[in-house]
Write a protein that binds this ligand. Structure first.
Ligand code: ADP
Ligand code: ASP
Ligand code: MG
Length: 431
């Protein structure tokens, strides 16, 4: 151990699946023991599907369904207590692990004892509550590593990641975040454990979240601000593949990717990496490795500047479920600028991203995430001026660098509702 050289700093990110039960956490500890040397920051997500459960708690609480909210919170507590019971080798270590998470469960149940909050405070309250999943998981991991003899320091990401107050999709204040995280580079080599997904708005002092699946992004923020040599994201797949192996069993590993291709894949919806992850790394030329926590000895995928960019490998990305919305004027006149202005301003107001659009003389069609909390209000806002139609539960496929033959083979039996083609790019809305 000596003074930390910034270029030897490495960041490891462990997602929910890698810490979903006691054996998985033991596996993470083995990976850290075996591969993490020098100055390391471990960024960790909430365990398993804890974030989904916390979202349920918030929904029930806002709907005034207190017993249901408390039941979900109780299940979450039991889940973590079981993990602790299975991790702890004796009663002293169990007490230590329990003591670490206790304050967060008190906070959670404390929230639920408050009166049903007004709907307008939904996003703010959501962020105060849902980020507890990461605080709990990071506490367990940090204490467990300590018990295993892996000396580490637990950090509260909210003291390092500074954001604005766009709750549920907070924007990073890069200057303030760089100034804060940069100070971690001085001093001895250390192993640190920090939560993904959360930050703080310094003006209000509130906790914020960076958007669902945002822990990859947190890892990139730390890598950027620490001038790390490399970021490794540990996943349940061998690396970035040419299709989601859960849907397409023939998926093959892509061993190397240039940053721009990785940005493109995530833009079209390859959920293996959060879309905001690549840019902060690319800006500083930091390599990103995607490796399997199930087969840590394998090299995985390396995303870096020097990757062969001449040979673009074909890939398929499926976004689902999607809703296809079609709007027409009420008097069968052309869909004109005034209509488009209304559509765009409502999309912006409701924070809806459009994944594909198509305009004909008499209609405008676009594809968005099939989220009833957003699609419903959108249709309502458009209907005074436009006739609207929508269909949900659809898939949006993006095929890149694909040959006609493979395309036809892949699509057999599917009904194509919208088709859009550009050079080396086909996008299809499928039923
Ligand atoms: P995390 O545990 O970090 O949250 P995710 O579950 O978000 O990990 O991401 C890993 C999953 O991404 C895989 O299990 C896989 O099903 C899915 N996935 C989607 N597209 C791809 C792809 N192109 N390559 C590899 N995995 C993919
Ligand atoms: N736990 C958060 C989520 O499930 C963040 C993350 O895992 O990346 O969205
Ligand atoms: Mg995830």
């Amino acid at each position: 151990m000596g003074a930390a050289d910034p270029k030897t700093t490495s960041i490891y990110k462990f997602g929910g699946a890698s810490v979903c039960d006691a054996p998985s956490i033991q596996n993470v500890a083995s990976i850290v023991e075996r591969y993490a040397h020098g100055h390391v920051v471990l960024v960790v997500s909430a365990m398993g599907k804890s974030t989904n459960r916390l979202e349920q708690v918030v929904r029930f609480w806002f709907d005034g369904q207190r017993p249901e909210a408390a039941e979900q919170a109780g299940m979450l507590r039991d889940y973590h207590h079981d993990i602790i019971a299975n991790l702890a080798e004796n009663s002293a270590s169990k007490r230590k692990l329990m003591a670490g998470v206790e304050p967060y469960f008190s906070q959670l149940f404390g929230f639920l004892s408050e009166p049903t909050p007004p709907v307008a405070s939904y996003n703010r309250r959501y962020d105060q509550l849902v980020g507890l999943g990461e605080l709990i998981s990071s506490r367990i991991l940090s204490d467990y590593l300590q018990l295993r003899g892996i000396d580490n320091q637990w950090l509260d990401a909210r003291e390092w990641v500074v954001t604005n107050n766009t709750y549920r999709d907070a924007r990073v204040d890069w200057e303030a975040t760089r100034a804060a995280i940069g100070t971690l580079n001085s001093g001895e080599d250390k192993c640190r454990v920090v939560q993904g997904f959360i930050g703080r708005d310094v003006v209000s002092g509130d906790s914020t979240t960076l958007g669902r699946e945002g822990s990859d992004y947190t890892a990139a923020i730390f890598a950027h601000c620490l001038d790390a040599g490399e970021l490794t994201i540990w996943k349940d797949v061998p690396g970035v593949m040419d299709a989601d192996p859960r849907r397409f069993p023939f998926a093959r590993l892509i061993s190397e990717l240039p940053y721009d291709e990785a940005v493109e894949m995530t833009y079209y919806g390859a959920s293996v990496i959060h879309p905001k992850t690549i840019k902060p790394l690319q800006n500083k030329g930091i390599k990103l490795r995607v490796r399997s926590f199930l087969r840590p000895e394998l090299p995985g995928t390396l995303i870096h500047e020097g990757a062969e960019s001449g040979q673009r490998s074909p890939y398929i990305i499926v976004k689902s479920p999607q809703a296809l919305i079609t709007v027409r004027t009420r008097d069968f006149s052309f869909v004109a600028e005034e209509h488009l202005r209304l559509i765009y301003s409502e999309l912006y107001r409701l924070g809806i991203k459009v994944h594909l659009m198509q305009q004909t003389a008499l209609s405008f069609r676009f594809c968005v995430d099939d989220d009833p909390y957003k699609v419903g209000p959108l249709l309502e806002a458009l209907s005074p001026m436009l006739e609207t139609e929508w269909e949900g539960g659809l898939d949006l496929w993006t095929l890149r660098h694909q040959s006609d033959r493979t395309e036809k083979g892949l699509l057999s039996g599917r009904k194509i509702l919208v088709e859009q083609r550009a050079t080396q790019l086909v996008q299809l809305v499928l039923k």
